[in-house]
Design a protein around this ligand. Structure first.
Ligand code: ASP
Length: 328
């Protein structure tokens, strides 16, 4: 805004009673916003972030630029935002693994997800799918369990590091099958999926967003879904719960967070842009095709995301401990 116009706006604001803080908030965002995704490009967290950020950029009139910072199960990227300047120009898009599950899996984490971050809004929840390399002899979930039990010393499963979503999906599966198998860590399940397609390890439990296309192209096999109801996108794939592991259920929520102390006005602007993005017919159609469950109005507020985070900590920390996985 030119100086003259700005002065006119300030004058108008004082006439209408708008406080300077409101004016500051109206100016946000005045430059591009960096959105840290704590996993490699090409995976599910990255894919969801890019769909959402593209539309949010249009809504906000400024670019939301995805920055991939993978490694250590997402903790490097989350920590970057937890320690970042809280001026509203560095935010995070991540999932519950990095904020809730990993509390049970690391002896010490460099951040406290409830104290060091401000919830902005929920970006949707995605079920997981057990996928195997095409050449794995097992064709059904019961055959898969038999195969893994019989080949524990050599079977390998892929995951995106300690505390990642694929780690949670895999560790719950392995613990319920009562098997110990080799773990192959990646900086994200985008690169892991490429290796599964080329048959370099045996199986992975990953978000539907990442694996549906390769399942449909016949490059990998889907043997079970992680929800209690089958997925409309994979009508011929049974639930893991019904196919042999009663009680197996894991879905992964994703959300935007900022560093602690970020202004409430900025959070409200981002939350509003996210709400408009999720209500956009093209975006919601695309996400629904990818089996993303979109939040209701009540679930979409920053406060509801804070409540969701706490509920996930309360649910998953004891569950992971009970699965007998030792913290590193
Ligand atoms: N799906 C990954 C996970 O297991 C993360 C990613 O690559 O988006 O956490």
């Amino acid at each position: 805004m030119k100086r003259r116009n700005l002065l006119a706006a300030v004058g108008a604001a004082s006439v209408t009673g708008l406080a300077p803080a409101v004016l500051r908030a109206q100016a946000y965002p005045a430059k591009p916003i960096s959105v840290v995704v704590p996993f490699a490009a090409g995976g599910p967290t990255d894919a969801l972030a890019r769909v959402l950020c593209q539309k949010m950029s249009e809504v906000m009139g400024q670019q939301l630029i995805v920055e991939n910072l993978g490694g250590a199960g997402g903790t490097i990227g989350v920590n970057k935002v937890a320690k970042a300047n809280n001026d509203g120009y560095t935010i995070l898009f991540t999932h519950m693994g990095t904020l809730a599950v990993n509390i049970a899996l690391y002896k010490s984490l460099p951040y406290d997800s409830q104290k060091d971050l401000e919830p902005i809004g929920l970006g949707g929840t995605n079920p997981m799918v057990l996928v195997t390399k095409k050449g794995l002899p097992a064709k059904t979930f019961p055959e898969f369990m038999e195969y893994v039990k019989a080949n524990q010393k050599k079977v390998q499963y892929g995951m995106a590091g300690i505390g990642s979503a694929s780690h949670l999906g895999g560790l719950m599966l392995n613990s319920m099958m009562k098997v110990e198998v080799l773990e192959i860590p990646y900086k994200g399940t985008g690169p892991a999926l490429n290796d599964l397609v080329s048959g370099q390890f045996d199986y992975m439990v990953d978000q539907a967003v990442n694996v549906l296309a390769q399942i449909n192209s016949g490059n990998i096999k889907a043997l079970g879904v992680s929800t209690l109801k089958p997925l409309p996108q994979l009508p011929n794939v049974p639930t893991i719960d019904s196919a042999g592991l009663k009680g197996y259920e894991v879905s992964i929520w994703n959300g935007f967070f900022g560093p602690k102390g970020m202004s409430k006005d900025q959070i409200a602007k981002l939350n509003d842009a996210l709400g408009k993005t999720l209500a956009d017919p093209a975006v919601s159609k695309r996400l629904t095709e990818l089996a993303v469950d979109l939040p209701s109005k009540e679930e979409a507020t920053p406060a509801a995301l804070g409540t969701q985070l706490k509920a996930s900590i309360d649910k998953w920390v004891p569950a992971v401990k009970a699965a007998g996985v030792k913290p590193e």
